[in-house]
Write a protein that binds this ligand. Structure first.
Ligand code: UDP
Length: 496
């Protein structure tokens, strides 16, 4: 039998981790693989599949070879109600622990399944370090996936390696990120707790990040024109192959207008209102899929937004708590703002990409999750940066100090998203002042807007045929096909 290796179909299996910031960009990436002729299988549990299955079905019906393989979440064994299978569903540390435990129990099932599927490659979320050994056992490449910036990966790696914060006498003293050409200053409090000091979780996180260097390569949801210096630094520090193929959301959304869970079936009230607003006049406020802010902070944001005089859409993920406590302040505020046509609150989950693409949106307050940053940048929207946890403080530095498309809210402390802290960290006055600058027309905000528009144009070009992300993707497929050929040759199958 003779096989033309370049015309063979690749089989790639995707293993997403069930939290929106990880899962959404991985599903987008899987869809791009399928659009390039790859036979794609996505492994996930029932309730997680519900959030994206419609897009997969559409792609499949369009003729692409893509499917979801469902596995059973062990709800009864971890004592959770059916359907609670995603990190975003955690409303307490206890539930978070149960969800994480349930996810870790899937390992055996997944290992057997992948051995059965016999893919040519696994694209795996960072949170499954054991896929390094699995891939080695089957003799296929493991591609590491974590939707974050090169900037943050390099900063985190170099800070862990050189530990500049250990030499300081206080948690609020500044240090410079080691190994960076630009002088990027941070304080120890802005580092994730597991990096700042040795915690029970340090080993867990270290293993996740360490598995990156033991992978065949990594896919980055980034693009050359955005952070090429840090892409280079990544190659020399982490030392593995990397392909920048982003922004992936823009690619799938541009291609066919499909938006997965982000498309709207009915026209909500706030959309009618948004349609009536002037271009670039409305501020969007969102802290991503996981953060739930303390009541005191919600009150400060409400006052800050109202005093700014700018119209807004604000996503609040505290509805249950509000209802349980019989809290009325935010409800009253919501009612008053709606009546006076000043703004809307969207509870729990907003179709973020649809909102950011709306011409009336002129700015965002963001927690600096990488996906939210890319989605804002795609839409050409400048940002107020309000990082909260994980690598978000590094991303803030990239936006404010390097790209100069963000205004910092000046947050000093990195707190786990399930932190029990009840304090407000940013005052209403600080919020009002930052919003006035971002949404106003001073020189600083005009310059930021112009820079972010240029990046948005670059993002559009990079994913088109001939653009760098497009070319990187083609190179990745070529590379995987060559690896497949080598494997087949060593298994004595005739290849031309
Ligand atoms: N998201 C959304 N609606 C929401 C909250 C989040 O569509 O109400 C999406 C958002 O568009 C992004 C992802 O969820 O694609 C969040 O990822 P990000 O990296 O910004 O932050 P995380 O949620 O991981 O903190």
């Amino acid at each position: 039998m003779e096989i033309d290796y370049l015309n063979q179909q690749l089989k790639v299996t995707f293993l997403p981790y069930p939290t929106p910031g990880h899962m959404i960009p991985m599903i987008d990436s899987a869809r791009i693989f399928a659009k390039h002729g790859v036979h794609v299988t996505i492994i996930t549990t029932n309730s997680n599949a519900l959030s994206f299955q419609k897009s997969i079905d559409n792609d499949f019906n369009y003729g692409y070879s893509i499917k979801t393989h469902l596995i059973q979440f062990p709800a009864a064994q971890v004592n959770l109600p059916n359907g609670v299978e995603n990190i975003k569903d955690a409303t307490s540390l206890e539930i978070l622990g149960k969800i994480s435990h349930g996810i870790s129990m899937l390992q055996d099932q997944i290992e057997l399944l992948i051995q059965d599927l016999q893919p040519d490659c696994i694209v795996t979320d960072m949170c499954y370090p054991w896929t390094v050994e699995l891939a080695a056992k089957i003799g296929i490449p493991r591609i590491y996936f974590y939707s974050s910036s090169y900037f943050s990966t390099c900063a985190s790696y170099l800070i862990q390696k050189h530990r500049p914060h250990d030499k300081l006498v206080s948690n609020t003293e500044k240090f410079s990120v080691p190994g960076f050409e630009e002088n990027i200053e941070m304080i120890p409090l802005q580092l994730a707790e597991w990096i700042r000091t040795k915690t029970n979780y340090s080993c867990y996180f270290e293993a996740l990040f360490e598995s990156e260097g033991r992978s065949y390569g990594a896919i980055y949801n980034s693009f050359h024109e955005l952070e090429s210096d840090y892409e280079q630094l990544y190659k020399s520090t982490i030392g593995i192959k990397t392909w920048s193929i982003g922004p992936v959301a823009m690619l799938v959304n541009n291609d066919d207008g499909e938006n997965g869970n982000r498309e709207l079936e009915i026209e909500p009230d706030w959309l009618n209102w948004l349609n009536s607003q002037q271009h670039d006049s409305v501020l969007y406020v969102s802290f991503g899929s996981l953060a739930r802010l303390p009541r005191a902070q919600l009150v400060e944001i409400a006052h800050g937004l109202e005093s700014s005089g700018h119209n807004f859409i604000w996503v609040v993920r505290n509805k249950k708590v509000e209802e349980e406590k019989g809290e009325s302040f935010i409800k009253d505020f919501e009612h008053r703002m709606k009546e006076s046509k000043k703004g809307y609150i969207i509870w729990n989950w907003a179709p973020q990409v649809v909102i950011l693409e709306h011409p009336a949106i002129g700015g965002i307050v963001t927690h600096c999750g990488w996906n939210s940053i890319l989605e804002s940048l795609n839409s050409g929207i400048a940002m107020i940066t309000w990082p909260m946890f994980a690598e978000q403080f590094y991303n803030e530095k990239l936006l404010v100090d390097v790209l100069k498309i963000g205004i910092s809210m000046g947050v000093k402390e990195n707190k786990f998203f399930m932190s029990k802290s009840e304090e407000a960290t940013v005052t209403r006055e600080e919020i009002t002042s930052a919003v006035k600058i971002l949404m106003g027309s001073c020189e600083k905000s005009n310059e930021m807007r112009s820079r972010v528009k240029n990046l948005s144009d670059a993002a559009k070009k990079t994913i088109q045929e001939g653009g760098s992300s497009y070319n990187n993707f083609i190179n990745l497929i070529h590379d995987l096909k060559l690896l497949k050929k080598t494997r087949q040759l060593s298994n004595n199958i005739n290849v031309v």
